[in-house]
Design a protein around this ligand. Sequence first.
Ligand code: PEP
Length: 275
Amino acid sequence: MNRRYRKTVIAGNWKLHKTIAETKAFSEALKAKMERPRWCETVLCVPYVNIPSAVRAFRDTRVAIGAQDVSCEKEGPYTGEVSAEMLKEAGAKYVIVGHSERRRRYGETDLLVGRKVQAALDAGLSPIICVGETLDEREKEITAERITVQVKAALADVSVTALRRVIIAYEPVWAIGTGHTASVEYAGEIGTHIRTVLRRKYGARAARSVSILYGGSMNEENAAALLACPDVDGGLIGVASLDADRFWAIVEAARPAPVDDTPPPKPRLSHEENE
Ligand code: PEP
């Protein structure tokens, strides 16, 4: 994390979990532990139909609500789709775009991800753009190339001004929902690679303000070590975000260490040394 230049973001991805009643119960459990976490942006990306009730449940807290996908279209004959405008009106502030489950199961291409990112930005949402290599790509040692292609495609039409609202989540596909987390060194290295790609396109100043999250079996035990990497500015969390205690423990792991304000010991004066 580098709090000087960018915000820390802890975002939960609930996927296909939790009814409206369960969302309410979760919000009560989380609010019971939560002092307002000012040290990070806390986000919950919930199923579409839960967005209005989640927004209501977390009103007056510092938890923002997001969606897990968005249409690249504004309106028209697209049965089953939900537009960015609709999400915004429902109270969402964030939207996950290009999650590997959508790329893999629903055939989302890099090109489509780019269009969705643009749709989200046009409506005033912050896209959380997921990129990451498969196990096969990792074994072929083409991780960096694959991620470069994904990041460039997702940001193809994004201006330097709009970049301020973009969040990138590095999620190695082989780590999602498997309990196998990337090592701290590996996650940190890919985070730095992503920032290099951003720097080449937008310049150092713009690139340093983008929050880059790690996702893939992040939990309350490994979060602090991952978050200590300079280019890991938060987490996108699946399974561990479904439980209020576990999610809160990850938010806590992002809390800055308290400043030690004990006065330093008085320097010994030279005449004391001689005594
Ligand atoms: C995810 O789905 O974005 C994710 C990171 O899941 P998990 O934490 O369960 O691996």
